[in-house]
Design a binder for this molecule. Sequence first.
Ligand code: F3S
Length: 282
Amino acid sequence: MKVIVANHAGFCFGVKRAVEKAYEQLNKKDNIKTYTLGELIHNPHVVNDLYEKGIKSIEDINSINENSRIIIRTHGISEDLYSKLKEKNLEIEDMTCPFVKKVQNIVKKYYNNGYNIIIVGDEKHPEVRGVNGWCNNTAYIINSSENMEIIPKFNKACVVAQTTITQEQWEKVLKILKNKVKELISFNTICDATNKRQKAAEELSHIVDIMIVIGGKKSSNTQKLKKICEKNCKKTYQIESKEELNLILFKKDYTIGITAGASTPGYIINDVVNELMYKKGE
Ligand code: F3S
């Protein structure tokens, strides 16, 4: 069997920065307890490791004492929640990815200038919920060109993208919006890391027999990679770690493509590759 890893796969710059910041806290000797607001990244291995080392994730800031330290994850938070953290006198380590911060700033600016805000993305995703919180939770959120009826005809609107959606998703929605909104200002805020991972995965999925997409089940960008690969390679599987390889049937002459979501650490990718090297196939 031959194994090829996509040119761009695994930890992106924003996630790497946030994870390093979390581990950095473990070396501090100031007796301030550190928490993450929500699971730091969508990867259970990293979240469990941090938990075992003493950094818990919390959902509700009322569950912790004042003067604790709180890490804001890459997805960012709403403006309102940000103020609450400050009011509570928490020490804030803001690891909102700069690409997400840029979306929050755009939304705030155009909302204050009287534009309706449209976000193309998943309304349940923490990044989208956070961004919506910079326009007073008034955004119209659409995930695909199939539910466009929720968008009324506007005179003016500003549309942004969740950083991890696909170009195809963005372009389809934008095309329809152009006919619905008189004055439409659009910002394609899909991040560079997402673009690179998606392109590399797409190219690879054309030339392999089987694609393995490594990443957390809750990870939005991993799910998008899977969807992209499935279009070209029917045998596409998403796994979180090497243990799940046992559920997949491999043949001796297979060429196997590997890609991984932006929250998958390099050591998990290496584990999977090493495991495949020892597999004989049928
Ligand atoms: Fe940031 Fe993009 Fe990663 S938004 S956290 S660089 S996937």
